[in-house]
Design a protein around this ligand. Sequence first.
Ligand SMILES: [Zn+2]
Length: 320
Amino acid sequence: MSKRAAVAPGGLWGTMNRVLKFLRRGELMRPRPLLSALVGFLVATPVAASPLTVVATTSIVGDVVAAIGGDRVSVRVLFPIGTDPHAFEPTPRDLVALAQAEVVFASGAGLEETLAPILTSPEVQAKVVDLSAEVPLRTLEDEEGVDPHVWLDPTNVILWTRRIERALSAVDPAGAEEYAARAEAYRSALHDLDLWIQDQVAAIPADRRCLVVDHRALGYFAARYGFVEAGAIVPGFSTLAEPSARDLAALADQLRALSVPAVFVAPTFSPTLAQRLAADTGVRIAVLYLGTLTGPDGPAPTYLAMMRENVRRIVEALAG
Ligand SMILES: [Zn+2]
């Protein structure tokens, strides 16, 4: 679907191959885990088990993995907090982190486009867990590709928890019971969230359940909670495309025809474009957290908090 002219594939590949070569050399010189364990046993020194090193691509994936992994895992999140996940550019340090991780959790469904070369490389592929592999993915008649924004329906995140629990238990069988207990507790929180959302959106009259977002990010949410995803400022499932003047004029007409009261944008969306649309059509612009969490002091420090904050804002903008 999307064309990342900014990333020269040769450049990324070149860096990745250099990183992988370096790591392979290091691998040979590193003490073997079995040998270290044996030495540890022979000298009878009690050694605290070190946490499992895992990488999560997005902050949302990282939050869910950390909720299930607890203190048995150390999660490194690749995509910086507060940045557009569609525009992520890996650094050589990210490639090292991916190559060294014991498990790599990816949101999947095409979200990690820019990481595809390393995620599918022989060194990394076997430890990648595609969280969306069991989610029924949405497509659009008028768009290429599948919709990667599965997490905006909490029942899809319930499917994620099962994959996370299985993957962590496979590499750390001693923690299986702990992972199962935490995953079960988290699923219960997701179930409560789902019921809470159903209850909240009941305040919006059926003819106002119309979502226009900066890009087509709320399709799973809309399908779950009885909304229509009526349009987007940027066409498609990614933020990387640019709307033409014609796209914007058509959208403005559509907003007037539907009398949509608000358009939702992520904090990473171009404020100029949003303000122009608001000025042209008189609709209100409301901010939603779609692809990234905020820092601990922001309104979306965890996935569960992010969803509640988004729903409060949608209800406030549309309930009338
Ligand atoms: Zn998106």
